[in-house]
Design a protein around this ligand. Structure first.
Ligand code: OAD
Length: 243
């Protein structure tokens, strides 16, 4: 089938679906200028070792290095804007209340900045902090001592980015809501993810309805797809989701 015919077919599926689940990954924000993780040249994990930067052990061993790396990413994300793909998803949800559940692995907050409500952020949000150890009465984010990272002035507990690191559990409520959305959807759009990180990738395999992948490159989930649209999120989503 030609690309154009596939797109038209997928547009019909969007129109007919009562419930749509959308799972996004780093490629969703690529056209906003946020690097992906696994691109061979520009991906973050091509340049940095995730075991040194994205685990609790790494943070405990070298809190300044890990904090500074996240601070660098926060600064970069603060300078970019949502793209037409983020906007198309937000606009569709506004035009069609209660039809779409947006699930993201991204921590960049760009879906939320584009106007999407109720985003299920499976891997947390890079712009937020939380305490490394269970906070005591003295741990108050307002009075934390500034630094890399900021610390509780009484007990020394450290603030850390509120993202999910390797080896950590996903936020339970968001994960359950995402699983329910997958099991109840008529259509799932899988956008800009390599599909290698579980449990997020597993959502595409449990989707009750059709699965459409949007990605310029092959992914680990292509075998689960009813249609693969080989293209970029910011270009294809506005076409796919227009009424
Ligand atoms: P990856 O870097 O693994 O994959 C990004 C995907 O986006 C690839 O399949 C690209 O082909 C695709 N892509 C690139 N540009 C695109 C565009 N303009 N439009 C659509 N797709 C495009 O990123 P994720 O799959 O999101 O986890 O990675 C999953 C998780 O691994 C991340 O959430 C992160 C990482 O380690 C944690 O940090 C816990």
């Amino acid at each position: 089938m030609s690309e154009d015919v596939l797109l038209q077919e997928a547009r019909r599926w969007v129109r007919d679906a009562r419930r749509i689940a959308v799972l996004t990954g780093a490629g969703m924000s690529a056209e906003s200028g946020v690097p992906t993780f696994r691109d061979a040249q520009t991906g973050l994990w091509a340049k940095f070792d995730p075991q040194q930067l994205a685990t609790e052990d790494a943070f405990r061993a070298n809190p300044k290095m890990v904090w500074d790396w996240y601070a660098f990413r926060r600064d970069m994300i603060a300078k970019v804007e949502p793209n037409n793909g983020h906007r198309a998803l937000a606009a569709f949800a506004q035009r069609h209340p209660h039809r779409m559940t947006l699930i993201t692995q991204n921590v960049d907050g760009l879906h939320q900045r584009a106007g999407s409500d109720g985003v299920l952020a499976l891997h947390g949000n890079i712009s937020e902090d939380k305490w490394l150890d269970v906070p005591k009465g003295c741990c108050n984010t307002e009075t934390a001592m500034p630094g890399s990272p900021p610390r509780c002035e009484r007990c020394g507990n450290m603030l850390r980015p509120a993202v999910v690191w390797f080896g950590e559990a996903l936020p339970m409520q968001a994960l359950i809501a995402a699983e329910t959305a997958a099991q109840e959807c008529d259509l799932m759009l899988v956008v800009g993810t390599s599909g290698v990180v579980y449990p997020a990738a597993g959502l595409a395999r449990t989707a009750a309805g059709r699965v459409v992948i949007i990605n310029p490159e092959p992914t680990e989930l292509d075998d689960a797809a009813d249609a693969v649209l080989r293209g970029k999120a910011a270009q294809l989503l506005p076409l796919l989701l227009e009424d």
